[in-house]
Ligand binder design. Structure first.
Ligand SMILES: *[C@@H]1O[C@H](CO)[C@@H](O)[C@H](O)[C@H]1NC(C)=O
Ligand SMILES: *[C@@H]1O[C@H](CO)[C@@H](O)[C@H](O)[C@H]1NC(C)=O
Length: 416
């Protein structure tokens, strides 16, 4: 009898959660880089973003085509102010003009919630760039205040993990000594304006530079014995969590233990040069698949167990015009034609994505710019992705639902 009540309730919750799911996984973000000449038009990117359950998108600019296309989709945006504009933002008129044209113009239809000022500025070791960072952040913040937007839009900047000189063990995390002078006032800015500290963290780089010593299972979130931090006694079973906690330690060492940390980039390339150990399709699939599952479980790190991970996966697309090693052009979850670069290995997707059936998303491919994409590859890509949506959602629901089920079961028993 207990059982039949339970199952009745399970099916009720399953049908309800199918509707509310997009709200439940509000913590998956994706980086939408566009250093490529073959990407789908922004209209066609909307179903791809939704297919992976992402509700937050981070741009490296404030591309008007993207911001217009995503109006009224509910997707949250971080827009970027490029490194090359930093020095201009010392001028209050220019800062205000930038915010009006690139942020205010799209609100409230497009939900822009954050502006990143530059990317990985401090690790360029370029004094003039570094000196312009905080003034630019302040200039944009002042413009937001003057326009009455500071309550809904925050200002931050994204750092490379290389701002740390010690990242292991996590309890010993500390900033590069030569950067403390420029970082401290930035932390003060975050504390005053309630904005998050953003870090780009790639266990891939740690593995690539030291494949003999670093355990592949540890960096890929695969089962492994993990490591214990001798000072805190915390147990780490994956490197990303260790890196995030090293950032918390570094912040605490400067007196900013309360700042929220968001992971503005993490990911794994599916292809690399011969000397890029670990850059394979199989590893990318494991890293990102396991990362998605970890985000779905709403786990925190050992130092912040009750804080949701706030992660932006890098990246939506393989970007064919990025300079540097082959890996740089192969971080995408999707190929430019909209087909998945690989299956994320989440239950249901493999079977469904190869067995594509026409869905509504197919109609959106008719709006594409023919010059940019080959129609036949794009339509098959979109079909398989949109069909894959259901499988991924269901697997995520399964993970998220467990606490809900427990709660509702308890409530159910009380009621009877
Ligand atoms: C910047 O300086 C640091 C510390 O001196 C050094 O380790 C790093 O390689 C430099 N980075 C670049 C991009 O020059
Ligand atoms: C898929 O689901 C089955 C049973 O629910 C589970 O044993 C298996 O580990 C799952 N596979 C993945 C890749 O999540």
């Amino acid at each position: 009898m207990e059982h039949s009540r339970f199952y009745c309730h399970v099916s009720l919750i399953l049908s309800i959660s199918g509707l509310v799911f997009p709200v439940m996984v509000d913590s998956i973000g994706i980086n939408y880089g566009q250093i490529a000449n073959n990407l789908p038009t922004p209209d066609n990117v909307i179903p791809l973003v939704k297919s992976i359950g992402a509700t937050k998108v981070k741009l490296y600019d404030a591309d008007p085509r993207v911001l217009k296309a995503f109006a009224n989709t509910g997707v949250e945006f971080i827009v970027g102010l490029g490194n090359e504009y930093l020095s201009k933002m010392r001028d209050p008129d220019k800062a205000q003009a930038w915010v009006k044209a690139n942020v205010q113009a799209y609100l409230p239809a497009t939900k822009i919630t954050c502006i990143t000022i530059g990317n990985e500025i401090l690790t360029f070791n370029d004094t003039s760039l570094t000196d312009n960072l905080l003034p630019a952040m302040q200039g944009i913040q002042t413009a937001l205040v003057n326009l009455g937007l500071d309550k809904q839009v925050s200002v931050t900047t994204a750092h490379s993990l290389a701002v740390l000189d010690v990242s292991f063990p996590p309890s010993a995390g500390s900033f590069r000594k030569d950067l403390v002078g420029s970082i401290t006032p930035i932390l003060n800015f975050h504390a005053k304006t309630n904005s998050p500290f953003l870090i780009n963290a790639y266990p891939f780089f740690a593995f690539k530079s030291n494949p003999k010593q670093v355990s592949l299972d540890f960096v890929l979130f695969q089962p492994n014995q993990g490591v214990v931090d001798p000072k805190s006694n915390f147990h780490y079973d994956n490197m990303l969590f260790a890196q995030i906690d090293a950032v918390y330690s570094a912040l605490a060492s400067l007196g900013y233990s309360k700042l929220p940390v968001h992971i503005s980039e993490t990911g794994w390339p599916s292809k690399g040069d011969e000397d890029e150990v670990g850059a394979t399709l199989e590893n990318a699939k494991k890293y990102n698949g396991n990362l998605f599952k970890t985000i779905c479980q709403r786990k925190g790190t050992p130092m912040r167990p009750n804080t949701d991970l706030n992660i932006y996966v890098f990246a939506l697309f393989n970007e064919n015009m990025k300079p540097g090693p082959t890996s740089e052009r192969n971080y995408g979850l999707f190929k430019p034609d909209g087909s998945p670069a690989y299956s994320l290995g989440i239950n249901g997707t493999d079977a469904i994505s190869t067995n594509s059936t026409p869905t509504t998303a197919a109609t959106t491919t008719t709006n594409t710019t023919p010059a940019l994409r080959s129609p036949e590859s794009s339509s098959t890509g979109y079909l398989s992705i949109s069909a894959a949506v259901k499988g991924r959602w269901i697997s995520c629901i399964g993970q998220l639902l467990f606490p809900l089920l427990l709660l509702s079961c308890l409530a159910f028993r009380e009621a009877f």
